[in-house]
Ligand binder design. Structure first.
Ligand SMILES: O=C(O)CCC(=O)C(=O)O
Length: 212
């Protein structure tokens, strides 16, 4: 069965579609990730870009055992640009319908920028306070995205090159069963600037994290 809620309009009149087979979205529960390669075109990616006036902040170089390098910028979902809210709402509704389970509302939008040669995030699980679904869109640039079974020793389950327009859906905490977590994942350094936008539901409330 194909879930397609048709077109959703936003004030810029850009239209998003999110027609994805329910069976594929069920993989969020059965294995924890879904990769939708080339799902968005260049115009759609441009519409999801960080607002110019929103400043970048450096990501903490170390969070526990995880090293990372990059820049981030955040806004609450309800203050995000209309295209981000439109796409986020469409994905939330579509995945909720496919899983027959109402996902928690997004409350955190995060843009990230990775510099060539050094931007990266080591294998990690998003914190347990990120519930439901995690949505990551690569807006521009390319990097290796890896799903791991274990960090030490590093055992890989899946790996692909994520590119502009790719959408990655990750299981957040408690999706499908109490106690389940986000899959262990990491991203390598890009060859040229890489930009992403991610939507999450932080059960502690917007921006409440120890370190990013
Ligand atoms: O850059 C990406 O595609 C993934 C980022 C990530 O793993 C994270 O923010 O937790």
């Amino acid at each position: 069965m194909v879930i397609s809620l048709g077109w959703l309009h936003d004030s810029s009149s850009l239209r998003f579609a999110f027609g994805v087979k329910s069976r594929r979205l069920e993989e969020l529960v059965t294995r924890g990730w879904v990769r939708l390669a080339g799902h968005l075109d260049r115009d759609a990616c441009a519409a999801l870009a960080k607002p110019r006036m929103l400043p970048w902040s450096p990501m903490a170089p170390k969070v526990g055992a995880v090293t990372q390098h990059g820049w981030f910028a955040q806004v609450p979902f309800h203050k995000a640009p209309p295209p981000v809210q439109a796409f986020g709402s469409l994905v939330q509704a579509t995945v909720s319908a496919a899983l027959d389970h109402k996902l928690p509302d997004w409350n955190e939008v995060t843009w990230q920028r990775y510099e060539p040669g050094r931007g990266h995030i080591d294998p990690h699980r998003d914190q347990a306070y990120y519930k439901g679904l995690i949505l990551i869109v690569t807006l521009t640039g390319e990097a290796e995205f890896t799903i791991f079974q274990s960090r030490d020793p590093p055992v890989m389950l899946d790996r692909w090159t994520t590119r502009g327009g790719d959408v990655v859906l990750l299981r957040g905490a408690d999706l499908g069963a109490a106690g389940v977590r986000c899959p262990l994942h990491g991203v390598g350094a890009p060859a040229s600037d890489r930009l992403t936008v991610a939507l999450r539901h932080n059960e502690r409330g917007y921006g409440r994290w120890a370190a990013h």
